[in-house]
Ligand binder design. Structure first.
Ligand SMILES: *Cc1c(COP(=O)(O)O)cnc(C)c1O
Length: 376
């Protein structure tokens, strides 16, 4: 059976380096907010070409604190009354993009996806802007960068900050704009499966803005700059020394591991030939680091069981869009009388299947996947 992914195979690529780095951190006797984190933050900021990187303990926390640092939401602004601050977000994304908004008492305003790129459709963003809009939150989903030229033009026109969700796109670009550097700030996840993954939970926010960076360092540390002096309602959201040491190793190899997945994707793109399987579309201006390899099929269940019988595990990203999630049905639902308000996001949720793609994948397995898809 070909697994959908194997963290162990990814780990084994750099096993000795990970183990040396972890031992160094373990034996240092210093586990939180120390030199390993500082070293990784500096290196990741330099890699992206951005001034500040602030480590957090997950991508979800990075999103929550990034929204908070912008002063968005009922918890953070003194607007009073019952009007929500609004943040524009794609209708098709992982729910954590939206949790970052609602955790601050702000309202997600969904914009439908493009049927080809599967990303937020920039042409629909302007229509969703109201007097309450406080930010635009594009998600570079599956590893492909959104059209940042188009999104930046809208943000400038309306004087809105851009918060990028970069959980799946480490090292991806739109033209020469590195994902995570095209807006005001960006949230990264280093969940183990992500293009740059820790060996546990981790995340970060990056920004060129000194004031925002300063605020984020305070927010991740109980809202205090000076011990026991809490000026903001913060969290405990720090990236620990062992994970930081491992991330430093992963970062050194990031371009290479991205390249491995790009090579696998190129094989899929050239050798898969099946009219019932629509391959991912990459905009010529975008880099795609293929965190995932999403195909669109006629019948999700039928395709997945065909693949399973051929010995290949697949997954769906994501079967229930956030606007249809149970937790938002009383507040921020995007479904009316059982009908979706976002036809493309709904279609993607019902027809997307992700093929196995990861840096530790055996090349013979890639051939098996191709054959199995072509036989569908
Ligand atoms: C993984 C992911 C997150 C959340 O990151 P965690 O580190 O798992 O909290 C947020 N947004 C997207 C698009 C993701 O894929």
């Amino acid at each position: 059976m070909i697994e959908y992914t194997s963290l162990l195979k990814n780990y084994n690529l750099f096993k000795d380096e990970y183990e040396e780095a972890s031992l160094r951190a373990l034996r240092s006797g210093w586990y939180i907010l120390g030199p390993e984190l500082e070293g990784f933050e500096k290196a990741f900021a330099k890699y992206l070409g951005v001034k500040h990187c602030i480590g957090m303990n997950s991508g979800t926390d990075a999103l929550i604190l990034a929204v908070r640092a912008l002063g968005i939401g009922s918890m953070n602004s003194d607007m009073g009354g019952s009007e929500y601050d609004e943040v524009i977000v794609p209708a098709g994304t992982y729910i954590a993009s939206v949790l970052g908004i609602t955790e601050n008492g702000a309202k997600p305003v969904y914009v439908d996806c493009d049927a080809d790129t599967l990303l937020i459709n920039p042409k629909l963003i302007e229509n969703a802007i109201t007097e309450h809009t406080k930010a635009i939150l594009p998600v570079h989903l599956y590893g492909q960068s959104c059209n940042m030229d188009a999104i930046r033009a809208i943000a400038v026109r309306h004087n809105l900050p851009i918060l990028e969700d970069c959980a799946q796109c480490h090292g991806s670009k739109w033209n020469e704009i590195m994902a995570g550097t095209g807006g005001t700030l960006a949230a990264f996840s280093f969940y183990p499966t992500k293009p740059l993954g820790a060996l546990g939970d981790a995340g970060a926010v990056v920004t060129n803005d000194d004031e925002i960076a300063d605020k984020l360092r305070m927010l991740r540390n109980y809202g205090s700059r000076v011990k026991y002096h809490n000026e903001s309602i913060g969290r405990n959201s720090r990236l620990d020394e062992v994970q930081a040491a491992c991330l430093y190793v992963g970062l050194k190899h990031l371009d290479d591991t991205n390249q491995i997945r790009i090579k696998i994707a190129e094989k899929y793109l050239t050798l898969i030939r099946n009219p019932k399987v629509k391959l991912p579309y990459k905009d010529p201006h975008a880099t795609h680091v293929y965190h995932l390899f999403p195909v669109i099929v006629d019948d999700q269940k039928k395709f997945q069981s065909h693949m399973e019988k051929a010995g290949v595990k697949t997954q769906v990203h994501y079967p229930i869009p956030p606007y249809a999630a149970e937790c938002y049905q009383n507040t921020f639902a995007g479904v009316e009388n059982g009908e979706t308000l976002y036809p493309n996001a709904d279609y993607i949720a019902k027809h997307e299947v992700s093929l196995p793609i990861y840096s530790g994948m055996d090349m013979e397995d890639v051939e098996v996947v191709i054959k199995a898809v072509n036989n569908y």
